[in-house]
Ligand binder design. Structure first.
Ligand SMILES: Nc1ncnc2c1ncn2[C@@H]1O[C@H](COP(=O)(O)OP(=O)(O)O)[C@@H](O)[C@H]1O
Ligand SMILES: [Mg+2]
Length: 337
């Protein structure tokens, strides 16, 4: 047979195979080859269409990876950038809940999946939209999971984006590997950690993982560092507060009578020292903020609820550092291969 399904190459698209010949089996094969080709072309185009692609990873769960991924996406979008957010945590996809768009439905048109729209126009794709019952655990067989991730990359109509943020399951699962093998031009990964020293071990694991993936490390974010309490007292007087384990802590009220005290719930500085020790940039820390938990549960992200609050300010400074790193084109500098 001479007329291969991919014989007419016109301006980056492929003509559909003629349907007038061949057995049903051949036709099915041709259709499949055509679909694969289309996907390949779309993936190649993704590299041009999406300026920056950033993976968000952590050594273990519960450190705030999804909180950071959604926060970065919202911060970038607030700056007027067009942003996509790909939630690849197939076993626990909670990005839609955090953004209050759980009820959204994905449209499929011309074989392409159209992302749901979150706050500030963030385009969101998540397995949560496809599960019938998000509370029911799904056992994914390897190949199906692989196919799902590939589809998230190749079959989504992202359009042109300034940045695509990708949220993953915790640890060194298959998904980051699949993404790094299928998505061209990944800028790098942001590693989320908590301040305890044990987190250093997890971060080291993540950094070694980046070598396996051949994806540069953009830097480390320390999440859930100090919790700040504030109050007022007589100006210039000392205030005593009962801290954890009944240890009294002192703060000095300023001339206006305002005082604040930061409690290092999980110690502090672990993220910065991990970054120094592992020789990767430190991108900044996010305070422990009970509003983040509430926001995650209520579907109103902290950045939306309090755009000028402390957490949003910390996010903005992290975003500044990430953008500076990307602009420097520091890929080679931070690339560990
Ligand atoms: N800075 C923070 N302050 C307080 N709670 C936080 C903070 N970051 C995350 N959390 C809470 O911790 C829990 C786990 O966060 P999540 O982003 O889902 O972690 P991961 O994606 O790494 O499993 C959530 O309930 C979230 O609201
Ligand atoms: Mg998560």
């Amino acid at each position: 047979m001479t007329d291969s399904p991919i014989s007419h190459h016109t301006g980056g698209s492929v003509e559909k195979p003629a349907e007038d010949d061949g057995s049903p089996e051949q036709k099915a094969q041709m259709e499949q080859a055509y679909q694969q080709m289309q996907r390949k072309l779309r993936i190649t185009k993704l590299d041009e269409d999406i300026k920056h692609k950033i993976m968000v990873l952590s050594g273990k769960g519960g450190v705030g990876k999804s909180t950071v991924a959604t926060g970065l996406a919202l911060c970038l979008a607030r700056r007027g950038m067009s942003v996509g957010l790909m939630d690849i945590d197939i076993t626990g996809p909670n990005v839609p809940k955090m953004l209050g768009i759980e009820a959204a439905e994905l449209n499929v048109e011309d074989g392409q999946i159209h992302p749901a729209l979150g706050p500030h126009g963030v385009k969101v794709i998540s397995m949560a939209f496809l599960l019938e019952d998000p509370d029911k655990p799904v056992i994914w067989r390897g190949p199906i999971k692989l196919g799902a991730v590939q589809q998230f990359i190749g079959d989504v109509a992202w359009g042109e984006l300034d940045a695509l943020i990708i949220d993953f399951p915790p640890g060194t699962s298959d998904e980051p590997l699949t993404v790094s093998q299928n998505l061209p031009g990944i800028d790098g990964m942001v590693i989320v950690t908590t301040p305890q020293e044990v987190a250093l071990l997890d971060s080291r694991k993540s950094i070694n993982f980046s070598k396996t993936l051949s994806v540069p490390v953009l830097g480390v974010v320390e999440n859930m560092s100090g919790y700040t309490i504030r109050g007022t007292a007589e100006p210039s007087t000392e205030v005593s507060v009962m801290g954890p384990a009944g240890v009294p802590l002192q703060a000095l009220a300023d001339e206006a009578g305002d005082w604040s005290l930061t409690l290092d719930i999980f110690k502090s500085g672990g993220g910065a020292s991990a970054a120094t020790e592992l020789d990767v940039p430190f991108l900044g820390s996010l305070p422990f903020d009970p509003g983040v938990v509430r926001g995650g549960d209520d579907g109103v992200h902290r950045i939306i609820a309090e755009p000028d609050g402390e957490t949003a300010r910390s996010f903005n400074s992290i975003v500044d550092n990430i953008l500076a790193t990307l602009e420097e084109g520091s890929g080679p500098q931070v690339r560990i291969t």
